[in-house]
Structures are given as structure tokens and as C-alpha cells.
Design a protein around this ligand. Structure first.
Ligand code: KG4
Ligand code: ZN
Length: 325
């Protein structure tokens, strides 16, 4: 079995996966959403201290499996350095105590493998990763060949939901709150410009839209917030769809997936499903509980690293906060 640890942002999570069967034996996650809610976003130092409390508490429940562990997998890149270090330090301590190696895992690869928990992977695959930290279009040919073909120039899709929710004083994380508020709104009541709509670039940008929303919020009463939320969600999603259409003109998708925390958004899922229907390409989605950060996806990605003997001695495992895929 492999024990996997995730602490790249505000979720403390540990999982145990059986190597032979890829079966998820144990999975637990403690989210810090409530603690960060009053600040309207993640406070890194607070997140770090909360991981230091939550991770050991979860780990205690895993002790019955310690003797069966062959490796410790841990997210070591990218993420918040002060929170990544909490998981990495725990992995090193376990590695020394149990005398087993470490499998360092890239968090973005982890999100891709959230699609294949307890399943065989299916490649080639075009992936839209929409999370709080990233908005990327990734071409996955194999475990080793993952290429980012488009990325955001500033904010990410999920982050823009967080910021809009903060403007309206709704709390954190903003994604589910804005999605819910938008259900009672009329998107035609506010006209926001779709980012980069005249640009030939296949790239994403959310800072301009965020500013348009800020001006609308400042000029409106709270009675208009559902309409603003609805128009914002539509424009943010139209932007993704428009750029995907541009990309698909050149590279027809064989198989498409949305991953990351914001892939739970039902409006986004519906729009992507409609777009893919024209290409007859299947849409792969992770179960809702594995869309946001979790250690089960890190454990699943670790299966691939284990098969390739990509073990690292504890003294060579470092945190890399800004790393890409
Ligand atoms: O993948 P994740 O848990 O963490 C990162 O790797 O960043 O994603 C968290 C992000 C947050 O920005 C959150 O607001 C967003 O995912 N999110 C959503 C929804 N649920 C979560 N965004 C839009 N609609 C949602 N339903
Ligand atoms: Zn994530």
C-alpha cells in the first residue's frame, strides 16, 4: 500500500491506496474553509498551523496499515510553500521511521488522476484544469507526456469566483456560493465583456472581468447580486468555451476532461457537455468528492510513479511552490 499526503492549500488530507488493485483503502480530508471564510480567502500562515493540527490527527487513524506501506507519496509542488512543507515534513518523518522511500507528486498531475481513482487511466486526453490556483488546458499523451497548451495570464477561473464572492461579502470558497446565488439571478441584467474575445491568443484572463464585476457591485444594491453572480458566471464560462472552440478548430479532442475544484460547477459542466456534443468526444469527470484537493488523487498519481520506481530518498525531497506540470 501507499500512504499519500496532500497539503498544498487549505485541505489536509491523507489516503491509503492498494498498489495491486488501485483500491482506495482509506481517505480522509479536513477542510479549513470555515477558518478562512471570514478573511475571504486562504491565509497561508493560518493554513499552515491548521495542517500541523489536522494531519497528525488523521495520520493516527492510519497506523493499522503502517506495516503494509511500501512508500509515502506527498504533494511537493506547486502550492503554498508554508502549507506544502507541512505534508513534506510529515512524509520525511514517516519515511525515516518506517524505512520506506518517498514518491514526490505534482499537485496538477494529481488533479488529472482524480479522474482515474480505482480505475485504469485513459489517454490521450485533453484536460481543462480549473482550480483556485490554475486555469490550464493540458494535452496528456501519457503519464510522462503532459503539455500545458494554454494557461491564464493572471487570475484563475476558481479564484475569480472567490474574489467576486468576497466583493459581495459572501465568504469563502466563493465557487459554490456564487454558483448557488446565480441560480436565482438573470444573467441578461448585466453585460460584462468576455475576456480576450477579440484576441487570437489561446489563453485565459480573469483580472479584467473581476474589475468589471467590482464596478457593478459598487454601483448596485445587494438585491442585484444574484443577477451579477449569474452574469459573471456566464461570462467567465463563455470565455473558457470561446477559447476551447478556437483550440478545437486546430486540435479536435478525442476525449476531454475537466478537473480541479471548479470542475464541480454544474453550469460549466453543462456548457462543456454541449460543446463536446458537436465533436462526439466523451467528457470525463471526477466524482464530486474528488474534484477539490484530496489525497486520494495524489495516491492514484503515485501508483504511476511507483510503477516507474521514481522513489526519492527523504533528504532529496524539496518543496517547489511555483513549479508547473
Ligand atoms: O482544486 P481546488 O480544491 O484547489 C486548488 O488546487 O486551487 O480548487 C478550489 C477552487 C476555489 O477557488 C473554489 O472557489 C473553486 O475551486 N470552486 C468552484 C466551485 N467549487 C469550488 N468554482 C466555481 N464553481 C464551483 N461550484
Ligand atoms: Zn488543487
Amino acid at each position: 500500500m501507499i500512504l499519500s499526503i496532500e497539503s498544498s492549500c487549505d485541505d489536509s488530507s491523507i489516503a491509503i491506496t492498494e498498489i495491486k488493485t488501485k483500491k482506495l483503502i482509506y481517505h480522509k480530508k479536513i477542510s479549513q474553509e470555515l477558518e478562512h471564510s471570514k478573511y475571504g480567502g486562504v491565509v497561508p500562515e493560518l493554513a499552515s498551523r491548521l495542517h500541523a493540527l489536522a494531519l497528525p490527527a488523521i495520520l493516527e487513524e492510519c497506523s493499522p496499515w503502517f506495516s503494509q506501506l511500501k512508500a509515502i507519496a506527498v504533494t511537493n509542488e506547486p502550492g503554498l510553500s508554508v502549507t506544502l512543507i507541512e505534508g513534506v515534513v510529515m512524509a520525511k518523518a514517516l519515511s525515516i521511521t518506517l524505512n520506506i522511500p518517498i514518491l514526490p507528486i505534482n499537485h496538477l498531475k494529481g488533479h488529472i488522476y482524480s479522474l482515474f481513482i480505482e480505475k485504469e487511466a485513459q489517454f490521450p486526453l485533453t484536460v481543462l484544469l480549473v482550480s483556485g490556483g490554475h486555469t490550464q488546458l493540458i494535452e496528456v499523451t501519457s503519464h510522462e507526456a503532459m503539455e500545458t497548451v494554454a494557461t491564464t495570464m493572471d487570475d484563475s477561473y476558481g479564484e475569480s469566483f472567490d474574489k467576486v464572492a468576497k466583493m459581495m461579502g459572501l465568504g469563502y470558497p466563493g465557487g459554490p456560493l456564487i454558483e448557488k446565488l446565480a441560480l436565482g439571478g438573470d444573467s441578461s441584467r448585466f453585460a460584462f465583456t468576455v475576456p480576450l474575445w477579440q484576441s487570437p491568443l489561446i489563453a485565459f484572463s480573469y483580472s479584467g472581468l473581476k474589475n468589471q464585476v467590482r464596478l457593478a457591485v459598487e454601483a448596485s444594491s445587494s438585491a442585484d447580486y444574484p443577477n451579477i453572480a449569474s452574469a459573471f458566471q456566464k461570462t467567465a464560462t463563455d470565455h473558457l468555451i470561446q477559447k476551447l472552440k478556437k483550440y478545437f478548430k486546430i486540435h479536435k479532442p478525442q476525449r476531454f476532461a475537466i478537473v480541479g475544484g471548479a470542475s464541480a460547477n454544474l453550469y460549466l459542466r453543462g456548457e462543456i457537455e454541449a460543446l463536446l456534443a458537436t465533436y462526439r468526444a466523451p467528457l470525463l469527470l471526477a466524482p464530486l468528492e474528488f474534484c477539490s484537493d484530496n489525497a486520494a488523487m495524489i495516491g492514484r498519481a503515485a501508483m504511476q510513479e511507483y510503477a516507474r520506481d521514481n522513489f526519492v530518498n527523504y533528504s532529496h525531497v524539496n518543496v517547489n511552490a511555483r513549479c508547473k506540470l
